[in-house]
Design a protein around this ligand. Structure first.
Ligand code: NAP
Length: 369
């Protein structure tokens, strides 16, 4: 019999990419999909390419309706998970809960899913009766897919990473705000752009506009356009942000390691719309040649792609603008460091909405079905 699968959060950034992928891979043919909403209850929606009929949205807070489902897949966010997950489990719901939000990642009864990296662990936990499977943090999943070969071979002593995270990583409203910031600046300074424009005068005018009280910044609190924000998520007691804290916790939980591999870094929001970039410093347990490092990285999965360390290949193939909407995971700028013979650095790019969020959940759903 086909499984009843409830979708919550399907119109957000992660949810809409998930639906798009599932339509492309014809995953809806094997399930009975039921769509829920927290804000548009009762409305009917026409999904392009999906059954070509109007689908009535169910109330995402209706526990009785949710109780009937075999599988729930939510991309709604942590607030929703907090409100519903525990209540549903308490009244005896024993279905599979798949979630893009972070709050259940720390639960002892959950597995963080990234099957090209931890399929064995997923299978082992499924056999043990675990029913809560959570997608990992976007930068962590992208890092593990990029460096998976070195982790598999137990070659990594520690990692330090600086991230360059896109606006869409914060959700649809933030991405919209970045676009509104672009629009605001253009609308207010376009009259100054002409054949004989004074570049410093325009720069000054843009800065003035960015500081004006009408500038759209309700979500980011400051301009992201023409700016970088070296802070993502809440403050932790040790000086890290929560986004930085996730690096070590989630990496080690996904890999299910006895001995912790230290991971630390600085997470930074940048004014790209989609796809996250990361700059790694990696200390290996031994001195490996660049060739060796590249071969090990390359052999881990079919999506990771080594980009030649030269100008043309780097600017063409190792950027968010090249990788948006693709599953490929380019890694490049691989070089040994003056600092230590066992250290190397590497730059990676990945679509955080695909491998960083929707794709591991889609593949987990497929595994269950
Ligand atoms: P999002 O875009 O903010 O969407 C979440 C919900 O917001 C939607 O389901 C929708 O709920 C509502 N919403 C309000 N205004 C909207 C608008 N203008 N367009 C679309 N939806 C709108 O959140 P998200 O980025 O997909 O993240 C969902 C969860 O995944 C979060 O817990 C996040 O931390 C996690 N995650 C995100 C990423 C990422 O790259 N974005 C990566 C990994 C994990 P209703 O339809 O019910 O109103």
């Amino acid at each position: 019999m086909m499984k009843d699968v409830g979708f919550i959060g399907w119109r957000g950034m992660v949810g809409s990419v998930l639906i798009e992928r599932m339509i492309k891979k014809k995953d809806f043919q094997n399930i009975n999909a039921i769509f829920f909403t927290t804000s548009q209850y009762g409305k009917s929606i026409l999904f392009p390419n999906l059954k070509n009929k109007y689908i009535k949205l169910q109330n995402a807070y209706n526990l009785e309706k949710l109780f009937e489902l075999d599988i729930i897949i939510t991309c709604q966010g942590s607030d929703y998970t907090n409100k519903i997950y525990y209540k549903l489990r308490k009244i005896g719901w024993s279905g599979y809960w798949l979630d893009a939000a972070s709050n259940l990642r720390t639960s002892k009864n959950s597995v963080i899913v990234l099957d090209p990296v931890n399929l064995k662990l997923i299978e082992q936990k499924l056999n043990m009766g675990i029913k809560t499977f959570i997608g990992g943090n976007c930068t962590v999943s992208l890092m593990l897919m990029a460096l998976g070969g070195l982790f598999d071979n137990n070659l990594i002593e520690w990692i330090f990473v600086s991230t360059y995270q896109a606006a869409s990583g914060a959700g649809a409203k933030f991405m919209q705000e970045l676009i509104n910031q672009m629009k605001y600046i253009y609308q207010n300074i376009s009259h100054l752009i002409n054949d004989s424009f004074n570049i410093l005068e325009i720069e000054k005018e843009i800065s003035n506009k960015m500081n004006s009280s009408n500038f759209p910044k309700d979500n980011f609190k400051v301009p992201l356009i023409n700016n970088v924000i070296p802070w993502i998520d809440k403050k932790m007691d040790n000086g890290q942000t929560k986004e930085e804290w996730k690096g070590q916790f989630e990496t080690n939980k996904i890999l299910n390691l006895d001995q912790i591999i230290p991971v630390d870094g600085t997470c930074v929001r940048v004014a790209t719309l989609r796809s996250h970039s990361q700059s790694f410093t990696v200390k290996l347990k031994k001195n490996l040649s660049i060739n060796n490092i590249e071969n090990i990285i390359n052999s881990h999965n079919k999506w990771v792609k080594i980009i030649l360390n030269d100008f043309n290949d780097t600017i063409n193939f190792l950027t968010p603008s090249f990788i948006n909407g693709k599953l490929d995971l380019p890694v490049g700028r691989i070089k040994k460091l003056n600092i230590d013979k066992n250290c190397f650095s590497m730059f990676s790019v990945g679509d955080q909405l695909l491998w960083g969020a929707a794709e591991p959940l889609r593949r987990m759903l497929k595994l269950l079905i």
